[in-house]
Ligand binder design. Structure first.
Ligand SMILES: Cc1cc2nc3c(=O)[nH]c(=O)nc-3n(C[C@H](O)[C@H](O)[C@H](O)COP(=O)(O)O)c2cc1C
Length: 210
């Protein structure tokens, strides 16, 4: 039986969403026979702006070893987990730009039937986590993907006083530009990764057996 590949595709300007991607990957890796790949979407901000901002420079350095995704990465994955910082209650333009290049994949039906999940990071508690998660889910549904959320039997979903939603994992940064994930946020990121991976393995084995 061939290995199951989960692609964690994200963008992060200040590093918070990147740290979430790492936690999601920890969850994916808990499932036997699964390969976890973290990739970022291409940057759209001019280099001169990044170089003039210390936090952005630090975040870029943090992510320097993460490869930039291509459309083939989407085509070849068995499960997909998207992550973006919130921009006015929506996904960031870098992610939107990448997804808007997937018309050919949509025509081919390359993503139909594959499981997918989402995660986001916001500055504030009520700054649009759910709307951002749903903005990604809309595109995933158009691609025919099977959206996987986080169920309430993960008890941290009820007890968290930071991020975490049934629509996907989330992180509240607060007043600082960069804030470490809370323990509950980490648990929920890992739960999302594990759930998408678990389902991807089951679906792949069923399809291969037919
Ligand atoms: C243009 C812009 C729009 C933003 N819009 C929101 C928003 O609607 N709600 C919110 O809570 N935070 C908002 N933020 C804050 C970011 O979501 C926050 O910095 C981000 O989650 C950090 O993630 P990162 O470290 O991965 O870049 C915005 C930031 C920028 C630059």
């Amino acid at each position: 039986m061939s290995e199951t590949k989960i692609l964690i595709l994200y963008y992060s300007m200040y590093g918070n969403t990147f740290r979430m991607a790492e936690e999601v990957s920890q969850g994916v890796k808990k499932v036997k026979g699964v390969i976890s790949e973290i990739k970022k979407v291409p940057e759209l901000i001019p280099d001169s702006i990044i170089q003039s901002n210390e936090t952005m420079k630090k975040a870029r350095e943090m992510q320097k070893d993460i490869p930039v995704a291509t459309l083939d990465d989407l085509r070849n994955c068995d499960g997909l987990i998207l992550g973006t910082p919130t921009r006015f209650g929506n996904m960031c333009s870098q992610m939107r730009n990448f997804l808007d290049q997937t018309g050919k994949l949509w025509q081919e039906g390359s993503l139909i039937g594959k499981p997918a999940g989402v995660f986001t990071s916001t500055a504030t508690f009520h700054g649009g986590q759910e709307t951002t998660l749903i903005s990604m889910i809309l595109t995933l549904l158009h691609h025919g993907m099977l959206v996987v959320g986080i169920p309430y039997n993960i008890t941290e979903l009820s007890s968290t006083n930071t991020g975490g939603t049934p629509y996907g994992a989330s992180h509240v940064v607060g007043e600082n530009t960069y804030q470490q994930l809370s323990q509950d946020e980490k648990v929920l990121c890992r739960a999302l990764g594990k759930r998408v991976a678990d389902i991807a393995v089951k679906l792949k084995h069923t399809t291969e057996a037919i």
